[in-house]
Design a protein around this ligand. Structure first.
Ligand code: ASP
Length: 441
């Protein structure tokens, strides 16, 4: 029998009815032995996530402000969940303990982790499965990074002993023995870690959408659904998937060659999107898999004669960024030119001028130019390498739409072409590329 680890996201667990639906899904397939859960998410668009209420409750108790309003809201949410489910679970007592523990604790991470903790306890009571606390199986090292050497064997041993279990996502134990969380949305990472530790055949990530779309639906009407995508393609399209799957969730499963399937809790019959490791990837026939982009980049363009013979030029340019803790997005280069593409938000408050001054002083370029308000659009697909003329089609489509291409970067894997265009052309660019590869016959 195959082994599936499934993770249910916040919206899938926002209230009692949703939690029941998630439990039914988990129990409907005996392969789904290990279930990772998030805290209750939003029930409607103006609602507040339980995790946000927990952070607020921590601040209230630390600053001795308010009279526990945030925790009162948390209490109400969990009591109504348990009531809706009609389970025999003394939520009042567990909430009392939790409130006291938050009041005693000096850690926002501890408070934030309680949403997952409580939801997992409820899910365990509902399904009759064992609750395995993430604090006993997921560990971080002294630098605050996930400690795989320590965690993987512990997870496997503990979960195989339990046979079937419910595990809270989002947190583990730090090197100091205190509770520590991943970044926001981190239950996706916990699910991936559990899947890797038990060497699952599949990591199912249950959300409130039926997978990834080939383009942003706010810009392109009714974009096609992506049925199959590779880990590599998804990384190149990372601007796109961020709201569906935490970007860091792919690394543990990718290393273990474990596919991820994105599924919709509210439409379980939909196939969703399967994310495949290179070894298991089968071409799906489309040239392009997806198109995604983001606005507000700045390009610093450096020109210097005989740059190609000057050993260490790029290193020096990058060390200037490193000194200021600024990361770059892309670095297209020519024989005498080098461009650094950086998110504009890092360059505010005089940082851009500081970098330019340092580059002039330390690199002595012949010419330096700054392009601001640039958007990046990535066109991604394994099919692009095999099909002659793909870039011609892309640039033709852009020129027909009157879009000025300010920068081009083609990954050497031939998996992606990234164009830099003016922010103002962003929406038109996405539509033009989508039309060329998905709508034109
Ligand atoms: N509950 C946490 C958050 O809101 C983690 C998660 O949902 O994955 O960020």
């Amino acid at each position: 029998m195959s082994l599936i680890v499934c993770k249910f996201g916040g919206t899938s667990l926002a209230d009692g009815n949703n939690i029941r639906r998630a439990a039914e899904i988990a129990l409907s397939d005996p392969s789904r032995k290990f279930v990772v859960v998030s805290a209750p998410g939003k029930r409607f668009s103006e609602d507040v996530k339980v995790t946000d209420l927990l952070y607020a409750s921590y601040t209230e108790s630390r600053d001795k402000k308010g009279c526990g309003e945030a925790f009162a809201r948390i209490r109400k949410r969990f009591c109504s969940i348990v009531e809706e489910l009609g389970i025999d679970f003394d939520i009042g007592a567990v909430l009392d303990e939790t409130q006291e523990a938050i009041a005693r604790s000096d850690s926002a991470d501890f408070a934030a982790s309680r949403g997952e903790y409580l939801n997992a306890r409820i899910m365990a009571a509902l399904t009759g499965r064992e609750f395995v606390d993430a604090k006993d199986i997921i560990f971080f090292d002294e630098r605050g990074m996930f400690d795989e050497k320590k965690s993987y064997p512990r997870i496997a041993e503990r979960l195989f002993a339990a046979k079937e279990a419910i595990v809270p996502g989002f947190y583990g134990t730090g090197a100091d023995g205190k509770i520590r969380t991943f970044s926001r949305g981190g239950s996706d990472i916990s699910g991936a870690i559990v899947a890797r530790a038990v060497n699952a055949d599949l990591y199912e990530n249950w959300t409130d959408v039926s997978g990834f779309l080939a383009c942003d639906p706010r810009i392109v009407q009714n974009p096609q659904k992506i049925e199959v995508i590779s880990f590599k393609e998804l990384r190149e399209l990372s601007y796109m998937g961020a709201n569906v799957l935490h970007a860091e969730a792919i690394f543990p499963v990718r290393k273990g060659d474990i596919p991820i399937r994105i599924k919709n809790t509210f439409r379980p019959e939909d196939a969703g999107t399967i994310i495949l490791p290179s070894k298991k990837y089968v071409p799906h026939g489309n040239i392009v898999t997806g198109i995604a982009g983001k606005k507000d980049f700045t390009v610093i363009y450096l020109e210097k004669s005989l740059m190609n013979t000057e050993v260490g030029f790029a290193r020096k340019a990058l060390s200037i960024l490193e000194r200021e803790s600024i990361n770059f997005e892309h670095m297209p280069s020519g024989i005498d030119t080098l461009s650094l593409v950086i998110e504009s938000r890092y360059l505010r408050g005089g940082m851009l001028d500081k970098l330019i001054d340092a580059m002039k002083a330390e690199l002595a370029p012949d010419y330096i130019r700054v392009l601001e308000d640039i958007a990046l659009v990535a066109t991604v697909g394994h099919g692009m390498a095999q099909n002659v003329g793909t870039s011609a089609r892309l640039f033709n489509a852009l020129s027909e739409s009157g879009i000025n291409v300010r920068m081009i970067d083609q990954g050497s894997s031939e998996l992606n072409i990234i164009v830099g265009i003016d922010n103002a052309d962003y929406e038109r660019c996405l539509r033009a590329v989508y039309h060329e590869f998905f709508e034109k016959q």
